[in-house]
Design a protein around this ligand. Sequence first.
Ligand code: FAD
Ligand code: UDP
Length: 378
Amino acid sequence: MFDSVIIGAGVAGCVAARDLAESGRKVLVLEQRDHIGGNCYDEKDEHGILIHKYGPHIFHTKEQKAYDYLSRFTDWYAFGHEVVANVHGKLIPVPFNLNTLHMVYEQEKADALEKKLIDAFGLESRVPILKLREHEIADYVYENIFLHYTMKQWGQTPEQIDPAVTGRVPVLISHDNRYFQEPWQGMPLHGYTLMFEKMLDHENITVEIGVDARSRVTFSEGSVSLDGQAFTGDVIYTGPLDELFDCRFGRLPYRSLRFDFEYYDKPDYQGHSVVNYTVSEDFTRITEFKYLTGQQAEGTTIVKEYPFAYTGAAGEIPYYSIANETNQKLYEQYRGLVEHIPNVWLLGRLAEYKYYNIDAMVLKALELTDKIKKDKEV
Ligand code: FAD
Ligand code: UDP
């Protein structure tokens, strides 16, 4: 009855489902949560404020293909996302840039430092903190922006984690206060959930929510079955790979988050969409949703994010894979269990154990479905 089964209805699963459905395949999507959209899911809270249940998601990309693809299913609220750090009560732009420099040093010193940085790296360049070490501002930026935030987020110092992670937020040798510099950035005008609903709204797609796929799909030596019958169509798995095999080699480590939402009966809480707490507090950041979405409302809802090590306990969600050699080896061990099943594909932040943004996920999903379509016509 189905040509393809997709496990998980996050970005990866939704894009893959739509693309395969448009090629004429009958697609079954199984999602264990009670909603689609994965971690991008948004909904109105009891006060009517559109919130992101799993933390703030801002779409940003330099890849027109990713933007064009999503634009088939949504219009956009376009804005340049800005973040400030609360450093001992003072709010300064992050990524640290030349404007930040002038806020934290007195004028003469800031002018001299600015010149040195431009001479060393060039105007408009992006310098990862770990490459800035010999420069005078490095100690300030490291101590006040990266060290404590990274300790909270990862339980490790910036040197101990994959350099690509802190490299996501380089020091900007420019006066650009935006968090992202890519040409396309903003929010789906009526939210992510509606965008994904439109994507899945296709005659060839059947979506079942509240279903743990492990109760329907079994993976064994070289083959896969659906509801007890051998299944030879393509299966795309977007969940955590270790949990598919009862963590038989041990758990793949992830960081998780607790989200504490608070509503205030006043129009403004912090005047910014995101404030990072880089030297104090147990939470990493506070997001005030109305500044992300542009929603006009009398009250306001915020969320605080408290990171912790994922244990697999009921209700916990694995959000961030932890890239290092040991974890990659363990991941490869699990990958070995599906590698020999020719119709099973791993896709997504969890199944590939990679730190993907939304745009990269869209492109990865389309790359995979192109391959599947090329290999087998229906
Ligand atoms: P997910 O969204 O995790 O979807 C996987 C789905 O599979 C889930 O719905 C899960 O329930 C389901 N599933 C798993 N196992 C099973 C099973 N056994 N049976 C059935 N279903 C199953 N990216 C950006 O571009 N911009 C941002 O601002 C941004 N902010 C982020 C903030 C946070 C706090 C986090 C954690 C991530 C952020 N991201 C951001 C990244 C973005 O969330 C990911 O790129 C995207 O969600 C990845 O999609 P996915 O489909 O791979 O994974
Ligand atoms: N980071 C930091 N201080 C900040 C912002 C980021 O130390 O004010 C570091 C931290 O290690 C974080 C990483 O840079 O995990 C990547 O930040 P990003 O905002 O991309 O994280 P995400 O939004 O994916 O959680």
